[in-house]
Structures are given as C-alpha cells and as structure tokens.
Ligand binder design. Sequence first.
Ligand code: UDP
Length: 194
Amino acid sequence: MKHVNILGVPFSITNHSTLVEQLNQHIQKHEKSFVITANPEIVMRANQEEAYMKSLHRATYITADGIGIVKASRLLGQTLPERVTGYDVMIEMLKLADLNHYRIYLLGAQRDTLEEVKKHIQQFYPHIQVVGSHDGYFDWQHNTISEEIMQSSPDLVFVALGAPKQENWIAEHIDQFNKGVFLCVGGSFDVIAG
Ligand code: UDP
C-alpha cells in the first residue's frame, strides 16, 4: 500500500471500505495486523516523543482520523481520500465479526463501560464470540493481559486506552501474538456504551 509521510508519520493511502476489506482478509488468512487512526495531536506527540514515533512505525496501517490530516496530505500532493476513524472501522468490523462468527477481545475503558459494551455486542451482534476483556486501568508492568489474549486467540482485538497508551501497548506486545487484527479505537467503547 502507498503511503504519504506527514511530519514523519507514514499514512496509508486508503479509504474506509478498502481498509475494512483488507482487515477482513487478514483475519481470514490468520495474519497479524496493527491499525492506528491518527489525528493531528498524535502526529504532534510523535514529533516530541521518539518512543511514541517508534510505536507508530510498528503499525501495519495508519489512517487519517481528522480532516486536518486529509488537508495536509493534499498540500503534499498525495491525497488521502477520506477520514477513516477508529469508531467507524470498529462498527464495520463488528458487523463482519457477527457475520463470520469471529472471536473478539476488548481491552480498555472503565469496568462498567466495558460491561455495557459487552451487553451491546450480545444484543446487536449475537454471533460474535467475546473471548475475553480487560478494563483499561491496570498496572503496566504487572498484568497477564497479553497472555490472556494469546490463550483466547481472538481474530480481533479492540484497544480503547486512548492515545498514546493504546499505540504504545500494542507496539510493545505485538511480537508476542501470532494472529489478530489489533485496532486502536480511542473513546469508542464510551460511545457504544452510550
Ligand atoms: N482509558 C483507559 N485507560 C487509561 C486511560 C484512558 O482505558 O489509562 C480509556 C478511557 O476510559 C476511554 C478511552 O481510553 O474509554 C479513550 O479516552 P480518550 O477519549 O481520552 O481518548 P481519545 O479518544 O481522545 O484517544
């Protein structure tokens, strides 16, 4: 996939539907992938924190979460076709997961929010198998989350820890996993919980 480099961050030149299709193919082929939807704050932070820039560079796809990024790409002459937000990708992936009976893992948000998200998924996407979950308030060094994910072998892992935690968490652990689409979804669990 072609990229446009905006202040050191390589954005994938793709639209929403192509990305969703590609992620579905990764799942079907049991391939691992890591998706970041980056807004201007993320790009600015990466320019201030080298470790965060390195985390971003581990991603398989970085999409433009915000019209500012799309406009910047136009100025550089390699236009990103549209905004692709974590929430929108999550909703499409939930639909596909329901259709294909995929296994999902939910990481992030407050415990009660997470329970509401699980209820919502059971009600509206009844064929999804939620194989595990963990709230987003854990000791970074001492936890068994990545082991749980490995053992439950999800097709999709939604990570809602907010930026920069979600990108850093996936970058730090991605080598441990053999498969799974790891998607950073920011505040999407709060939106779904209502
Ligand atoms: N969050 C979390 N752990 C943390 C910090 C935040 O699970 O240590 C969750 C928070 O509860 C919320 C989500 O991350 O559900 C996104 O937070 P925010 O809206 O600040 O992030 P953004 O969407 O702006 O990246």
